[in-house]
Design a protein around this ligand. Structure first.
Ligand SMILES: *Cc1c(COP(=O)(O)O)cnc(C)c1O
Length: 354
């Protein structure tokens, strides 16, 4: 499939790399293609970034039949541009598509299109330490129709956003709140898909946590409200008695690529790691007995997000004296060093693009 390119009449000025935030600036171009039942995916094109005309009855806007991905392009010291495990993002997008009854996209083709867009936009990949170009592939249902069913037509698009260091003031632990009032996902639901409704459903709990001075919500499972699942929109890890523990994937947890990378690196290095159910009661006990030494979140945006305090009911407990623990620090450095090409890539995760 050929990609039609429409040149922009005026390119934007590149931002000051020392002042980049997250998710507010977008590059000059975006990739778009459409799906129709009789044509399959068609009309692949790169166009100037800008508003898209959608019929007000577009099904996605009403019923949230959609999915997205999030990955980053990194500039190395030599100036080249590389991605971290991008095939995993396209595989996961297709898993989300299957759950949401949407057509899949050939993974190799999606990667070729992304490479073409990145090659055009390579000057937008910032080079300052810890900055990157965030990539957001998105797929939405586009039938103009009111009524619940699977759409027949879809649009896939990819937008790019230069982003700054996630920790501009340094690597600081966050405070998190365990919620009993709300759940993020339930058994049989769409928790393991990266689908917009999950995020809409999580906003109220997040807002209430912020009002209490907490950065994120620690989610319990939606069935018994007993087992730990995720933190905010990150996966979660605990260090208990010298072992790295993360909740096992159960259908309501998002299978994070950063999560998988921590597990694989731990196995590669021979660190003790396990995926299993872990209850809030076990966490409270492990903390009381001094065996809980670290808690951290994992995700593409922050990579590793150390937790310094957890509030559960009336109990507030401090983790690792509110400092960044050695395990969080080790995995943060190891993963970011691989992503920026500062360390060798022992597990073959890096894909050069430009
Ligand atoms: C995207 C996401 C993650 C992290 O996944 P990564 O692939 O590591 O970025 C974790 N939890 C939720 C709910 C997410 O949406």
């Amino acid at each position: 499939m050929e990609v039609t390119v429409t040149e922009s009449a005026q390119l934007k000025e590149k931002p000051d790399e020392s002042k980049l935030g997250f998710g507010t600036l977008f590059t000059d171009y975006m990739f778009i293609m459409d799906y129709a039942p009789d044509k399959g995916w068609h009309s692949a094109r790169i166009e100037p970034y800008g508003p898209m005309a959608l019929d007000p009855s577009t099904m996605f806007l009403h019923y949230a039949q959609g999915a997205f991905e999030g990955l980053k392009a990194y500039r190395t010291e030599s100036g080249s541009i590389q991605l971290f495990r991008p095939q995993e993002n396209f595989k996961r997008l297709n898993r989300s598509c299957r759950r949401l009854c949407m057509p899949e996209i050939d993974e190799a083709l999606a990667f070729e299109f992304l490479k073409q867009l990145l090659t055009m936009e390579k000057d937008w990949v910032p080079g300052a330490p810890e900055t990157s170009l965030y990539i957001r592939p998105t797929l939405i249902a586009t039938d103009p129709y009111i009524g619940v069913r699977a759409s027949f037509n879809y649009r896939y698009f990819v937008i790019l956003s230069p982003v700054g260091a996630y920790y501009p003031e340094g690597f600081n632990p966050v405070k998190i709140l365990v919620t009993h009032e709300y759940v993020r996902a339930v058994r049989g639901g769409v928790g393991e898909a990266k689908t917009p409704g999950n995020y809409a459903a999580s906003i109220l709990a997040g807002e209430e946590a912020h009002k209490e001075g907490y950065a994120q919500v620690l989610w319990l499972d939606g069935v018994e409200q007993k087992y730990l699942e995720e933190v905010g929109s990150m996966n979660i890890f605990f260090v208990i008695d010298g072992e790295i523990v993360t909740p096992e994937l159960n259908g309501s947890i998002l299978p994070g690529i950063t999560r998988d990378s921590v597990i694989r690196l731990a196995k590669h290095w021979g660190d003790k790691v396990s995926e299993r159910k872990i209850s809030i009661d076990e966490l409270v006990q492990a903390n009381a007995s001094g065996k809980l030494t670290e808690v951290f979140g994992s995700g593409t945006a922050a990579v590793i997000s150390p937790v310094g305090e957890i509030k559960y009911g009336d109990n507030v407990f401090t983790i690792a004296d509110g400092e960044v623990g050695p395990v969080a620090r080790k995995y943060y450095s190891a993963i970011t060093d691989i992503q920026y090409g500062k360390a060798e890539d022992p597990l073959g995760w890096i894909v050069a693009v430009a």
